[in-house]
Design a protein around this ligand. Structure first.
Ligand code: GRF
Length: 206
């Protein structure tokens, strides 16, 4: 399974995935390409360190979505790299129709909360402000909504009384780094089936 990772930020999830591949813990997965809409994003530097092809593709027509000519440029780059799955890891733009159609049920995202609670940005701050005692992270298929696609897997994280936004985010990210490689292995093994909004993990083959 060839995956391409899209990110706008530091790239710690990319690193977790790349390390899992390098250690042989994530089998039959190749990271084909890393793309970013931020020229000096950490994820591009991390990709270079791992020897993964990477590129900055600017998006100047919209602030919070990927649509129009830049969307086409992303689709072309992903196709040229032979991408089976598009893996969003901190990519701060909404994915729109053309790209969803180019990779149907082949785009996944990780979100730092237990969806459907706290979609959107700074979810760990939303969770702290709301006062929940448990939050976590969610890996889901991407659809046209904001963090609304079918959920593949979730991991729970406790909220401590003395948490700051930074300490809670760090605890959530530790779980993200475990969860994303695990889900990618399920996808590579063809174990994730979708029926409507629900997904099912079928038993491993012989
Ligand atoms: C993660 O917390 C992820 O849940 C959110 O963006 C962040 C990306 O972090 N979608 P990183 O760039 O992988 O460190």
């Amino acid at each position: 399974m060839r995956i391409s990772v899209l990110g706008s930020g530091t790239g710690t999830n990319f690193v977790a995935i790349a390390q899992a591949v390098a250690r042989g813990e994530l089998r039959n997965v190749d990271i084909a390409l890393v793309l970013s809409d931020i020229e000096n994003a950490g994820i591009l530097a991390r990709a270079q360190e791992f020897g993964v092809p990477c590129a900055y593709i600017p998006v100047t027509n919209f602030k919070t979505k990927l649509e129009g000519p830049p969307e086409q440029a992303y689709i072309e780059a992903l196709r040229a790299a032979g991408t089976d799955y598009v893996v969003l890891a901190g990519f701060m733009r909404m994915i729109k129709r053309e790209m969803l159609a180019a990779f149907p049920q082949r785009i996944i995202n990780i979100h730092p909360a237990l969806l459907p609670a706290f979609p959107g940005i700074h979810s760990w701050e939303q969770a702290l402000a709301y006062g929940v005692k448990i939050t976590g992270c969610t890996v889901h298929f991407v659809d046209e909504g904001m963090d609304t696609g079918p959920i593949i897997a979730q991991a729970a994280v406790p909220v401590h009384d003395d948490d700051t936004p930074a300490s809670l985010h760090a605890r959530i990210q530790q779980e993200e780094h475990r969860l994303y490689p695990r889900v990618l292995q399920w996808l590579a093994d063809g174990r994730v089936h979708i029926q409507g909004r629900r997904t099912f993990l079928v038993p491993p083959g012989p």
